[in-house]
Design a protein around this ligand. Structure first.
Ligand SMILES: *Cc1c(COP(=O)(O)O)cnc(C)c1O
Length: 394
C-alpha cells in the first residue's frame, strides 16, 4: 500500500484517454499539415480529403471509402444508400451506443433490438435468427469495444434471408477478422457497407468530428457519394433526397498522419490490455475481456481486438462501489453502457420481453471500462490493477 502511495505521488496523472500525450508526439507534423491547409484555403473537399480517402481504402483493402461528417451520419447515410423504407425492420444489438438505433428510428425504419453474447459483448447470433420476420431488411452488427462481431455467421444469415449487413465499425478500425478457413479481412470490409467515426477518442480520431462509409459495391458507393452531397450526381441536379455531410480538409490532413500510426496505436492499446489481463486473469470476482478463442485477443500476432475500451465484468455486484473508489483514487473509468437500449425511453417497444435481454440486463450491472489509450505506462497500469484488485478482494 505504501508503495502504491509513493507511486501515485510521482506518477503521471491517469486519464481515460490521453489525447494531449498522443498529440505531443506528432505535434510538428500535425501543426505543419494543418497550416498548409489553412494557407491552401481548400477547406472543403480539398486534396487532403481525397488523399486520406485513398490511403484509408488501401489500408483497409476496401474499394470505396466515402468520408463524411461523423459516425452517426455515416450510419444514416449507409442505410439511406441501401434504400431501406419506412417500416423495414433492422436488427441491432441492445448493448451499444445509442447512435446505432437512433438513425434507424430517424429514418422511420423499425429497430429490433436483440441480446448480445456475454463473452464478446457483440450481437448474439441465435438472437438474430429468432428476431427475423418477413419485414426484416438489415442487420447492424456493432464491433463493440474494438472486436469484430462474428461476421462469418452474420453474413451466412444475411445470405439465407436476403438481408443487408451494415457494420458499425466506429470502435474497431484496424481490427482484423479471421474466418474459420484462415482468410482474413479488416473489420468494416465484410458487410455490404460499413460506417466508422473519427471522433477524437476513437482508435483513429481526428481533432473534431469526422466519419466515413466503406463499401466494396461500386453502385452503392456511387449512390452514397450523391447522398452525402445533397443528392447531387450532376451539379444542381438533385436526383434523390440527400444530406450535407462532409469531412473537412483540416481533419483529413490530421487523419492522414494518424492513419500511418494506426497499427502502432492499436498495438499500444493491445499491450496495455495484455498487462491488464495478466494482472486480472486469476481474480475470482473479475471476468477479463477476450478475443477469439485462438488468441484471447491478447497475443502478439493477431489484431482481432483493438481495445477501443478495456472492459471488465465485476461479478460480485460491487461495480458501482468500485467506480466510486477508483474515482477517489484518481483513476477515471467509465460504465459503457449503464442502460440497455430497449429500456431507454426513446426506444421502448411493447413487443420487447425482458427475458430476451438477459445478457444485456446483466452486463449493464457488471461492466466497467478502465483507462485505455496509446500513452498508458507500466507504472500507471500497476497502480490501476493493484487498486482494482485490492478493492474487489476487500
Ligand atoms: C462513436 C460511435 C458512433 C457515433 O460516432 P459519432 O462520430 O460520434 O457520430 C456510432 N456508433 C458507435 C458504436 C460509436 O461508438
Amino acid at each position: 500500500m505504501l508503495m502504491n502511495f509513493v507511486n501515485s505521488f510521482h506518477m503521471k496523472k491517469i486519464q481515460m484517454v490521453d489525447l494531449k500525450g498522443q498529440y505531443s508526439k506528432i505535434k510538428e507534423e500535425v501543426d505543419s499539415s494543418v497550416l498548409e491547409v489553412l494557407e491552401s484555403t481548400a477547406y472543403i473537399n480539398g486534396p487532403r480529403v481525397h488523399e486520406f480517402q485513398k490511403n484509408l481504402e488501401s489500408y483497409l483493402g476496401v474499394k470505396h471509402v466515402i468520408p463524411c461528417a461523423n459516425g452517426t451520419d455515416a450510419l444514416q447515410i449507409a442505410m439511406m444508400g441501401l434504400g431501406l423504407k419506412p417500416g423495414d425492420e433492422v436488427i441491432t444489438a441492445d448493448f451499444t451506443f445509442a447512435a446505432t438505433v437512433e438513425v434507424i428510428a430517424l429514418l422511420q425504419l423499425t429497430p429490433v433490438l436483440v441480446d448480445v453474447d456475454p463473452v464478446s459483448f457483440n450481437i448474439d447470433i441465435d438472437a438474430i435468427k429468432r428476431a427475423i420476420t418477413p419485414k426484416t431488411k438489415a442487420i447492424v452488427p456493432v464491433h463493440l469495444f474494438g472486436m469484430c462481431a462474428n461476421m462469418e455467421a452474420i453474413m451466412q444469415i444475411a445470405n439465407d434471408h436476403n438481408l443487408f449487413v451494415i457494420e458499425d465499425n466506429a470502435q474497431a478500425i484496424g481490427s482484423t477478422y479471421t474466418y474459420s478457413n484462415g482468410k482474413k479481412a479488416k473489420a468494416g470490409t465484410i458487410g455490404h457497407v460499413a460506417s466508422t467515426s473519427f471522433f477524437p477518442s476513437k482508435n483513429l480520431g481526428c481533432y473534431g468530428d469526422g466519419g466515413a462509409i466503406f463499401t466494396n459495391d461500386d453502385d452503392l458507393a456511387h449512390t452514397i457519394r450523391g447522398i452525402v452531397n445533397h443528392g447531387m450526381y450532376e451539379r444542381y441536379h438533385h436526383d434523390v433526397v440527400g444530406v450535407n455531410s462532409r469531412l473537412d480538409s483540416i481533419q483529413a490532413a490530421i487523419l492522414d498522419i494518424k492513419l500511418k500510426k494506426l497499427d502502432a496505436y492499436n498495438r499500444a492499446r493491445q499491450k496495455a490490455a495484455r498487462a491488464y489481463n495478466f494482472a486480472f486473469k486469476d481474480q475470482a470476482n473479475i471476468i477479463i475481456p477476450t478475443g477469439k478463442d485462438v488468441c484471447s485477443g491478447i497475443c502478439d500476432t493477431c489484431d482481432c481486438h483493438v481495445f477501443h475500451q478495456y472492459t471488465l465484468r465485476i461479478i460480485n455486484s460491487n461495480r458501482d462501489a468500485l467506480v466510486k473508489h477508483l474515482n477517489e483514487k484518481g483513476i477515471p473509468c467509465g460504465v459503457y453502457y449503464p442502460i440497455p437500449l430497449h429500456r431507454q425511453k426513446a426506444y421502448l417497444d411493447e413487443r420487447y420481453n425482458e427475458d430476451d435481454f438477459k445478457v444485456t440486463n446483466q452486463l449493464v450491472k457488471e461492466v466497467v471500462s478502465l483507462p485505455m489509450h496509446t500513452e498508458l505506462d507500466d507504472e500507471q497500469i500497476e497502480f490501476i490493477t493493484t487498486t482494482v484488485i485490492n478493492f474487489v478482494n476487500s
